[in-house]
Design a protein around this ligand. Structure first.
Ligand code: SF4
Ligand code: SF4
Length: 300
């Protein structure tokens, strides 16, 4: 299963970054495929990016919301939220584990042989701040004289943007090198911090910052693909806790197995020696006391 997941990560990283003509043509591809949102963090401005980043697209939509509203143009926002909502409602946060190139980069970095540092669990709540403040409120309300906001998460935080777009563009475009200022220095600092943190902690960006991961994760409990923990079979060997890349602790009841943190890597399903973790696909079913399905609807 892990090999299949790794294969999927590489294939999707190539699909999302398949514009290899950038050294000879325009440094940013803007053809028709760029209108499609890639279901992972893959910067729009990366020279090789063939698709759009959903996080950048939704910020762009909110940043120009006032003018779009006056012109009656609301379809870009409904398209992005709708398509990402569709992905989330089918597979939940699975794109983070199987598709997202920045998730793959963090996994590479975490192989560096350094001492491990665990994550202080309350930091996970910061994801809500990044989603609500940087992705929704700031693009909507921090606007210029003409009423246009900005893509604040991309500008101030996103290390994927710095790695995939900022650095390559500064390298490719001489004019940009002269314009580099404090903002670029700040983004470089954020990127370096995330790189170092990823070497000592598993997927820190996904667990503390990523607003897209949180958006998909909000679907985890109701998506068609879900995990089920059969507590009566569990022998409390803690193998699932040891392999979980995002620190989900479900065997002792600390977390729900379908918590917003779960990236659906399915490592716990593969490793559990007692068969207590199951992946299931279909509408949420009501179950009786013995776990038998008794109808469609919210679990009771
Ligand atoms: S709970 Fe299981 S499927 Fe979810 S991230 Fe952890 S190991 Fe992967
Ligand atoms: S790996 Fe399986 S048996 Fe071991 S603690 Fe996790 S759920 Fe329980």
């Amino acid at each position: 299963m892990e090999r299949l997941r790794r294969f999927s990560q590489y294939i999707f990283a190539l699909i999302g970054n398949s514009y290899w003509l950038f050294p000879w043509k325009a440094p940013i591809y803007q053809g028709p495929v760029k209108r499609i949102c890639f279901p992972g963090l893959n910067c729009y401005s990366c020279p090789a990016a063939s698709m759009a980043c959903p996080l950048g697209s939704i910020q762009n939509f909110l940043a120009s919301f006032r003018t779009n509203l006056q012109a009656g143009i609301l379809h870009p926002g409904t398209y992005v939220i709708g398509s990402m909502g569709l992905v989330g409602s089918v597979v939940g946060r699975m794109p983070c584990g199987w598709i997202c190139p920045f998730g793959l980069i963090q996994e590479w970095l975490n192989r560096v042989p350094l001492p491990r540092i665990g994550l202080w669990r309350p930091l996970r709540w910061l994801r809500y701040v990044f989603l609500v403040v940087f992705v929704v409120l700031m693009p909507l309300f921090v606007v210029d004289a003409l009423g246009y906001g900005s893509t604040w998460f991309c500008k101030l935080v996103c290390p994927a943007g710095t790695l995939e777009a900022g650095l390559p563009l500064v390298w490719l475009e001489k004019g940009l090198r002269a314009a580099v200022g404090w903002l670029f220095a700040w983004k470089l600092l954020v990127l370096l911090l995330i790189i170092f943190w990823s070497m000592v902690t598993s997927r820190p960006f996904c667990r503390v910052i990523c607003p897209l991961g949180l958006f998909f994760g909000l679907f985890n409990r109701a998506s068609w693909l879900r995990l089920r923990f059969l507590a009566d079979r569990c022998v409390r060997c803690k193998a699932c806790a040891r392999v979980c890349p995002t620190g989900v602790l479900f065997f002792d009841g600390t977390d729900d197995i379908n918590s917003t943190m779960c990236i659906r890597c399915l490592r716990c399903v593969s490793i559990c020696p007692a068969g207590s973790v199951k992946a299931e696909f279909g509408p949420v079913m009501r179950r009786d006391y013995y776990g038998k399905k008794i109808g469609v609807g919210n679990p009771q």
